[in-house]
Structures are given as structure tokens and as C-alpha cells.
Design a binder for this molecule. Structure first.
Ligand code: C2E
Ligand code: MG
Ligand code: MG
Ligand code: MG
Length: 286
């Protein structure tokens, strides 16, 4: 009966695949109207310097408040937007929105740096022949400083894609920094990494979660951090949820941390409050 249970599960899985494909079409249609109807907004998750404890940047994360279905996760709708091509306009809107909302934040504390912003760039966007021009045009229009912008791309967007790599190189020549998102979960070889135009490795949440469980877990995170040091890259760890993870990553030499331990993704107003609180003299960060 093990076999029967297996095939039963398989049948259910198939049905849900078909349901999801039908639902994808509905979502793709709804997404076309989401932007003009004001259903999209951006939230900001702080990134904290692991040595000083100070916030130094934020990742912009897209949210969709659907009129009848309520909040839909980007894990669900980004792949749909990617396939329909809607991500091209939406992605540039996220960039513009982030730069505009960043510009009105309270001034950094004396001697402090302005906030840097990290924006996700989907593989589909990176394949657009006009992407470099489009991003520079947004920066120009809103007066954004390219040196304060990081673009996050996944490894899968880069494997053997010479056009995409050329685009990243061009963006980098304008002072924009490139991060590899979810590093370690994709397919790129380490050899390949030395040839990529990148500045930052984002250690995937799954490796951070392993820090608590096994010595092998910290060996993996440690290896990524040492690799990035050799390649003169900086490291951002994502999904830090415990003090223990933060302490261990600091010990391993990780530069920056992002996760629920510090803050969940915040509205612009809550992000401004977070920065104000962090700038108080008694705020130690940890
Ligand atoms: P990502 O770029 O890897 O973003 C990090 C995700 O981890 C976010 O999920 C964030 O809320 C979540 N996270 C951060 N800290 C913690 C933690 O301590 N614990 C846990 N459990 N989760 C944490 P979110 O906002 O649901 O976004 C999911 C993915 O959707 C993103 O993964 C990114 O791939 C995609 N995405 C979101 N916004 C955009 C966008 O504007 N453009 C594109 N192309 N993709 C986006
Ligand atoms: Mg990201
Ligand atoms: Mg990530
Ligand atoms: Mg991730």
C-alpha cells in the first residue's frame, strides 16, 4: 500500500499543478491592472552592519494587495510577472519608488553614510536589451545616486549569459553595485564567480538556518565568507532570526546582516522610525 499512497499523492500533485496553471492566467491578467490601480507597494527590510550594529541599507521588497484575495506573496506572483513580462515595468517602478522613498528619509547621524538601497532585478529584466538605459534613466529622473544602489540578481540569471553579464558590467561602470542573491542555491561554479562583475554575495537563508543545527552548517557559511574575502567581495547574510546566528556570523567575518532579528520588512514610515531609534546614542544595535 506504500505504492498506492504514493500514486495518490502524485494524482493530487498533478491536479494542483493544473489548478495553479489556470490561476497563473488569472493572476497574470490581474497583475496588468495592479500598478495603475495602486495595488502594489514597496516595503523595506533593514540591513545592519554586524560590527557597529548600525543600519546601513535596506532591501526593497514588493507587496501586492489584491482587491479580492488580499495580500499575495511575491513568491507566488513574481514568477507569474516574470513569465508574462509584467516584471519589466513593475521592476522599474520598484526601483523608482525605492529611490523616491529613500530620498525623504531623515538625514544620517553626524558622520554617518546615507542609506543604501538594494533592489531585486529579475532574470527577465536583465535580458531586456534596454535595461541599462532604463535603470540609468530612472536614476536620472529622480536624482538617485548610483553609488547608493545595489541590484540583486540570482545565479540562475547569469550562467553562460554573456548579454546579461555585459549589462551588469555596464551598470557597474556607472557605480551601481551588484549582489548575487540566494548565493549557494544556484548552479554557478566557483570558477565562474571569479569572472562575474559582482561586489556582494548574499548568503542564502537556508545556510543561516543551518548555523543553529550542525557544525557543517557554520562550515558552509564560513567557506562562503572566506571565499568572498579572497575575491574582495562583501557578504550579506539573509534570514537572521536569532542572536546566536548573528554572533556566529560576526565571528566568521560576515559584514552585514538582514533578518527578522533586526526587523521585518517595514513601511516607509516605520523604516524612518527604525532609523531614528537606531541613531539614538543608547542604541547599541545588539
Ligand atoms: P529575496 O530577494 O531573497 O528576499 C528575501 C526574502 O526573505 C523576503 O521575502 C524577506 O521578507 C524574507 N526574510 C527576510 N528575513 C527573514 C527572516 O529572518 N526569516 C524569514 N523566514 N524570512 C525572511 P519576500 O518579501 O516574501 O520576498 C520573496 C522573494 O520574492 C524575494 O526573495 C525575491 O526573490 C522576490 N521579490 C520580492 N520583491 C521583488 C521585486 O521587487 N522584484 C523581484 N524581481 N523580485 C522580488
Ligand atoms: Mg533579494
Ligand atoms: Mg535573497
Ligand atoms: Mg532568499
Amino acid at each position: 500500500h506504500i505504492k498506492r499512497a504514493g500514486s495518490h499523492r502524485y494524482a493530487r500533485y498533478e491536479t494542483s499543478m493544473i489548478d495553479q496553471r489556470a490561476d497563473d492566467a488569472v493572476l497574470a491578467e490581474d497583475l496588468q491592472h495592479a500598478l495603475p490601480r495602486g495595488e502594489l507597494h514597496v516595503v523595506y527590510q533593514p540591513q545592519v552592519d554586524l560590527v557597529t550594529g548600525r543600519p546601513v541599507a535596506a532591501e526593497a521588497l514588493l507587496r501586492w494587495q489584491h482587491p479580492t484575495r488580499g495580500a499575495i506573496s511575491p513568491v507566488r506572483f513574481i514568477p507569474v510577472a516574470e513569465r508574462s513580462g509584467a516584471i519589466n515595468d513593475i521592476g522599474l517602478w520598484v526601483l523608482e519608488q525605492s529611490l523616491v522613498q529613500l530620498a525623504v528619509l531623515p538625514d544620517p547621524p553626524p558622520g554617518g553614510e546615507p542609506m543604501h538601497i538594494s533592489v531585486n532585478l529579475s532574470p527577465r529584466q536583465l535580458r531586456e536589451p534596454t535595461i541599462v538605459h532604463d535603470i540609468l534613466a530612472v536614476l536620472d529622473r529622480v536624482g538617485g545616486d548610483p553609488r547608493h544602489l545595489v541590484l540583486e540578481v540570482t545565479e540562475s540569471a547569469l550562467v553562460d549569459e554573456t548579454g546579461e553579464i555585459a549589462a551588469l558590467r555596464a551598470l557597474r561602470e556607472h557605480g551601481i553595485r551588484i549582489a548575487i542573491d540566494d548565493f549557494g542555491t544556484g548552479y554557478s561554479s566557483l570558477q565562474y564567480l571569479t569572472r562575474l562583475p559582482v561586489d556582494i554575495l548574499k548568503i542564502d537563508r537556508s545556510f543561516v538556518a543551518e548555523l543553529d543545527n550542525t557544525p557543517e552548517g557554520s562550515a558552509v557559511a564560513g567557506a562562503v565568507i572566506r571565499l568572498s574575502q579572497v575575491l574582495h567581495l562583501s557578504t550579506v547574510a539573509e534570514g537572521i532570526e536569532t542572536e546566536q546566528q548573528a554572533a556566529e556570523l560576526r565571528e566568521l567575518g560576515c559584514d552585514i546582516a538582514q533578518g527578522y532579528l533586526f526587523a521585518k520588512p517595514l513601511s516607509p514610515a516605520d523604516f524612518a522610525d527604525f532609523l531614528t531609534a537606531a541613531a539614538l546614542p543608547e542604541a547599541s544595535g545588539f
